[in-house]
Design a binder for this molecule. Sequence first.
Ligand code: SDX
Length: 444
Amino acid sequence: MKVTSGAPDTRVDSVELGRAGESLPVLQPTLGSAMIDVRGLHKGSGRYTFDPGLTNTGVCRSAITYVDGEKGILLYRGYPIDTLVEHCDYLDVAWLLLNGELPTAVQKERFVTDITYHTMVHEQIHVIFRGFRRDAHPMAVMCGVVGALSAFYHEDLDIFDATHRKNATHRLIAKMPTIAAMAHKYALGQPFAYPRNDASYAHNFLHMMFSVPCEKYEPPAAAVRALNAILIVQADHEQNASTFTVRSVGSSRANPYAAIAAGIASLWGPLHGGANEGVLQTLDEIGTVDRIPEILRRAKDKNDPYRLMGFGHRVYKTYDPRAKVLREFCYEVLDAYGKRDDPFLKMAMELERIALEDDYFMERKLYPNVDFYSGIILRTIGFPLPMFTPQFAVARTVGWAAHWNEMVADPEMKIVRPRQLYIGSPERSFVPVGERIGHEPLVG
Ligand code: SDX
């Protein structure tokens, strides 16, 4: 295949397929790498592309988020993430991700009112919780309860009706913290805390998580600020595994509640959103600073599947800009809770220092990612380990919803149906049971 291009650093015009005159168009982005449009490849060459994990493949056009993994840049609709954390609250950013611009004062007021008045869940949802064991992982509960939401909104499931899409989007953003907090309270055996209409999104989430009927509860301002920052930096991240899952499920025209429930399931994985829970498990497992070398040895051992949670990233090959933002909030929260001298944090800082000097990590550009610091902040505020990923799901719901809306409105929307490289048996004749020889089952 020959690439035809202009002068260095200018647009690549076409890629020849090896037959004179046959070429593929190249799509030029606003930012990032140009992409070869391979939709005509099979027609022109009888061949498909092969890209397990889709790490080299663009699956859609999107205007929502841009990540530059080499430079450590993260933009939401063109705004750098640190600027948004400095000047916005989570619902400002939610509006931006959904609608492409920061809200005017009037738009923000209406949006806050709409979200606020959708935070309660139907009382029958309370009954659904009763079906779970008290020790069920809250992510299992969230998958089930969020998927069940579509059973309550039959009248609003036409995905091509813009009002239906808006209603579903607002309901999901509004109810996710309520459902996550209910999963926590259910595990504790405490009564559910109803949302407060006079609290900000982050404040309300903490209220529903930690208040009890017997006394007033007001979270430290530093905790509200830190949770607001975590919610913003976790809100979206291009075509990560869970967002692509939402797009894939939504591409069959499944309803948005089912698509978001699938996103929750994908985020649960320890290599994805489950990593912040993994960070704390790792730190608990290390126990003391002198055990860090052993943990790093395991992480570097090719024969050991162990990974150092909170380090490395499929895209970032430098410091995750979200980790940089959260690092500052981490210290502020620890001070607010009088835990600056927390041995746990000291161990985390030592782990970070050693890893950042280690050849294996440096050669592979493995830096702390968003999960490294979010886990420490959440633990300090009082989130139990199993609630770390549900909190991530709360934050990412607006990103999932923004991509789902962008896909449904995209005239190029097609049902996701990748190809495969078939390596199985060629066609063969049937073998009667009496003539079959034993074989090692693949699954058993
Ligand atoms: C999130 O996609 C997103 O945007 C995700 C996310 C989002 O906002 O949606 O950013 C959220 O999921 C953050 C990532 C959280 N996950 C973890 O912290 C789990 C630990 N990290 C890894 O498992 C890993 O880094 C991944 C899964 C995140 C990325 O995996 P890749 O793409 O396979 O990593 P790589 O190709 O860059 O790895 C290069 C090398 C490999 O070794 P070699 O084959 O070259 O010898 O680095 C090794 C990997 O084995 N490696 C690690 C490691 N991460 C990669 N070795 C030890 N510990 C690690 N954490």
